[in-house]
Design a protein around this ligand. Sequence first.
Ligand code: CP
Ligand code: NVA
Length: 311
Amino acid sequence: MALKDLITIHDLTSREVAKIFQTAGELKSDPRAFGNALSGCSVALIFEKPSLRTRVTFDLGATQMGASCVYLDHQGVRLGERESVKDMALNLERWVDVIVARTYSHETVIELAAHSAVPVINGLSEFSHPCQGLTDYFTLTEKVGPDLKGFSLAYVGDGNNTCHSLIFGAAKLGAHIRVGTPKGYEPAAEVVKLARREARRTGAKIEVVNDPFEAVDGVQAVYTDVWASMGFEAETERRREIFSSYRVTRKLMAAAARGAYFMHCLPAHRGDEVDAQVIDSSCAIVYDQAENRLHTQKAIMLLLVRANQEK
Ligand code: CP
Ligand code: NVA
């Protein structure tokens, strides 16, 4: 990996994405073979927001490879309040080999990476959730085979961090993504522009529409995420009204291809963005996605730490 940090999927080359998938596959099939891969290393986990999957899988993943973790929650770090983000980076780099950060502001992750000599992994910012997007496409390779060129995915709901990462991932892999959001909740124009530029090389298709049925028409997988992301809780009620026709129901799933998968990064709110009849049915692969966070993130940590040690 030439890359020092993982801030967005857009920063990776298609070859690096393939390497992450290959390594994740190896880690998944023979975890013991990597039992000492990060022996003697330390990982700082900085979380400004709550987490189940990201926190548990980074912590366990690092431990399973022989590393130790230090967890810092919002109370413990108060990024940029008690001391500057730059000073935090300059302290942490003296003790740890990799920093995982879940932040409100995307700029905070960028700043940590800019000032730290050790790799910084974005564990979710308001702008992107790269570990999630990589895991989701890795999970799809397990379902349909290694080549996702032309694979069709619809993302329905809020054009948020998860959506951005799925768009960037599709662009790298040559997949086709159709995003369906209410007007005013589309993904950032900058993300769509960068992804479309990349798509010219990879054959990906990036479409943005406002009709949920148009979004899912004939696709092989339907993805949704919460309507009000962390940090937007005050808008929950308003968004519930705006997004109500974007709920993934059995009727919406019926407009996708026969046998289409249902995907969600979790946590899910049954009755809001997805009906229980969909997420609790056999078409859902949400717990496979959750499981694969472990393997994908182990691969990301391992590849970044190794690359940084070789410098
Ligand atoms: N999908 C995901 O990132 O879950 P957590 O917020 O629980 O980490
Ligand atoms: N978009 C959601 C993802 C949670 C994993 C959020 O940012 O809260």
